[in-house]
Design a protein around this ligand. Structure first.
Ligand code: ZN
Length: 161
């Protein structure tokens, strides 16, 4: 009876050790009961520590995400670094995420560019809606343009009678 108790307590210890090292607690508990807790404990300590390996991998990943490669010496340095600590290379300051603004001399001057879509330049109209601005300075609501275009396209495909 006492022997069985020691056996089970041993198996629980093995299960705890296995689980702490990233392996199945239940699996190792059952294996301990089968092959003896002492053998199972030795096995748990010999097989790779998955939890430690995973923590190591996460740490490396975090370090990688926080660094950039130096274009001159190829060493990885902190993302915020202005100067490479290995070779002294000076990094270009990160360009600020400037709003897209068109050539100030053209008809698009001062307009907030949204995107260039199908070769057309889409700007934010004063009313907040996207608008297509033509080179002659005339504007048209983007959704109206798209809707008209879609009708034509659908007509071409025979979708609209
Ligand atoms: Zn460098």
């Amino acid at each position: 009876m006492e022997f069985a108790l020691i056996w089970i307590v041993g198996a629980v210890i093995v299960a705890a050790a296995a689980s702490g090292r990233g392996h199945s607690g239940l699996g190792w508990f059952l294996l301990s009961l089968l092959i003896s807790p002492l053998l199972a404990l030795i096995a748990v300590l010999v097989i790779p520590n998955r939890a430690a390996a995973e923590a190591e991998r996460r740490k490396e990943e975090a370090e990688l995400a926080d660094t950039k490669p130096c274009p001159r010496c190829a060493e990885r340095v902190k993302k915020a670094a202005a100067v490479c600590r290995f070779c002294g290379h000076e990094f270009e300051p990160e360009p600020e995420q400037a709003p897209l603004v068109a050539d100030p001399s053209g008809p698009f001057a001062g307009k907030e560019l949204i995107e260039v879509y199908n070769g057309r330049t889409i700007f934010r109209h004063a009313n907040g809606r996207p608008a297509v601005l033509y080179k002659d300075g005339s504007e048209q609501d983007f959704y109206e343009v798209s809707a008209a275009r879609r009708l034509v396209d659908e007509d071409k495909d025979g979708l609209v009678a």
